[in-house]
Design a protein around this ligand. Structure first.
Ligand SMILES: [Zn+2]
Length: 181
């Protein structure tokens, strides 16, 4: 190959490889109105759906929503909980977007936490304010756990200036307790 062409040619392959990386990664995505859900395989998504029992009132609301597939149903379910927690907290941020990472067990959640913050934790789920990302252990997931973290997510989106940690926590607990009201 001509010496002059080599440089741009390498750059071309470099860019191509970078473009292909997201496609070859094992993780999958589901886009809801508010969330990008990431999970390693579809069974994990379905397990999350099974663990996230909504209770009578929210289940009835979910049944009334348009859905043609189980994926649609799960999207609706996630968005429904987000909207219910907004109502509970009486906080309606103009724009909500967060990433929801589904992990098989609390060990996975704890490993990610340790890698990022270099300290251990017993969390089964947590919301990272800096990444706007929720990590949740699917086998420990429940409406209460999910709503608590959604509470953190909404408080995070609502305030321009981050409230003190204790206020954040109290509001998340309030969301968790009242989501089925
Ligand atoms: Zn909390």
């Amino acid at each position: 190959m001509d010496k002059l062409l080599k440089g741009p040619w390498y750059a071309f392959w470099g860019i191509l490889v970078l473009l292909l990386i997201p496609l070859t990664a094992s993780s999958q995505d589901l886009q809801t109105r508010y969330a990008t859900v990431q999970y390693a395989d579809t069974n994990l998504l379905y397990d999350f759906d099974d663990e996230l029992y909504l209770g009578r009132q929210l289940s009835r609301m979910l049944k009334g929503m348009r859905s043609v597939s189980r994926q649609d149903d799960i999207k609706n379910k996630i968005d429904l909980v987000v909207e219910k927690v907004e109502t509970v907290l009486d906080m309606f941020p103009a724009k909500i977007h967060f990433t929801l990472v589904l992990l098989p067990s609390r060990k996975h959640v704890q490993r990610i936490y340790r890698e990022k913050y270099n300290k251990s934790t017993n969390h089964i789920a947590y919301y990272s304010l800096s990444e706007k990302t929720m990590y949740i252990a699917v086998d420990d997931a429940s409406l209460r756990v999910f709503s608590h973290e959604i509470g953190h997510m909404i408080v995070d989106h609502y305030f321009e200036v981050r409230p003190p940690y204790r206020i954040h926590e109290v509001l998340a607990q309030y969301a968790e307790e009242h989501v089925t009201d």
